[in-house]
Design a binder for this molecule. Structure first.
Ligand code: NDP
Ligand code: 8X3
Length: 252
């Protein structure tokens, strides 16, 4: 298979790190971006010359544009953009949730994702090939208590992906939204509960959740689909998870 160039946002942990490791291991070129970079140094050392580690806060619109503009020549032809950087903060009901948390989720999961996409797309369209793989969530498809703005940001990611495919028709560039459910072994719940690791661990009690490797499997499979195939979205849940009934509150 031809060597590809993959840009992964949020590559320092969780899904992003597993995806960066997966593509590096199979001989592709990886541009690994996140605010923290220490966890990526070993990967870069193990695949010298093929893993470019770049500090990047996707919320910073100017930094995103400058980073993509300044890519070294041998990393400029991005074949696959994996928009993975994202987070949930809190599980409070909307009437008492923190506006700062909402701002951060919108700035990262929505604004950051569109900044990176807008910076990468012109090159893909000019080359007549490329894939944008957005990491959404089942939280963007199904409502749950406390999911309020997090779920809304992932609904944005879902529909932005659909609208990308509307704009990119017949350009050779395609977009997919990967929408996982419960996934353990990442920093996601620790971030959501602001370092309360006992509460974060309890999310996975008695379950066999998805793993970051399961997500990397799907992203790798998507990256290998031929150019005439557009996969719009993929929902993934562990087999211990499914849909809930609609809530009905009855008078006692
Ligand atoms: P982690 O918390 O383990 O990883 C999140 C990554 O995003 C980190 O590498 C972090 O890097 C990066 N990140 C956060 N904010 C920014 C920012 N402003 N700029 C650049 N990078 C940023 O979470 P997961 O791996 O579990 O989650 C990855 C994605 O998958 C997220 O979009 C999440 O919403 C989604 N998801 C997760 C699920 C789960 O159950 N785990 C299920 C469904 C979707 P750094 O802090 O170094 O910047
Ligand atoms: C993460 C899945 O169900 O915790 O996006 O919101 S969930």
């Amino acid at each position: 298979m031809k060597q590809k160039t993959i840009l992964v946002t949020g590559a320092s942990a969780g899904f992003g790190l597993a995806i960066a490791e997966r593509f590096a291991a199979r001989g592709d070129k990886v541009i690994a971006c996140s605010r923290r970079t220490a966890s990526l140094e070993a990967l870069a050392a193990a695949h010298e010359g093929r893993v470019l580690v770049l500090p990047l806060d996707v919320q910073d619109r100017a930094a995103v544009a400058a980073t993509i503009d300044a890519l070294p020549a041998d990393f400029q032809q991005i074949d696959v953009l994996v928009n993975n950087a994202g987070l949930a903060l809190g599980l409070e009901p909307a009437q008492s949730a923190f506006l700062d948390d909402w701002d951060t989720m919108i700035a990262t999961n929505c604004s950051g994702l569109v900044y990176v996409t807008r910076a990468v797309l012109p090159g893909m369209v000019a080359r007549g090939r490329g894939q944008v793989i957005n990491i959404g969530s089942v939280a963007g498809l199904f409502a749950y208590p406390g999911g309020n703005v997090y779920g809304a940001t992932k609904a944005f990611v879902h529909q932005f992906t659909n609208n990308l495919n509307a704009d990119l028709i017949a350009t050779g560039v395609r977009a997919t939204c990967v929408e996982p459910g419960l996934c353990g072994g990442t920093e996601f719940s620790s971030v959501r509960f602001k370092g309360d690791d006992a509460r974060a661990a309890s999310v996975y009690d008695g379950t066999q959740p998805l793993t970051a490797e399961d997500i990397a499997d799907t992203v790798e499979w998507l990256a290998d689909r031929p150019a005439h195939v557009t996969i719009g979205s993929i929902t993934m849940m562990p087999s211990c998870q499914s849909f809930g009934p609609l809530a009905v509150k009855r008078k006692s």
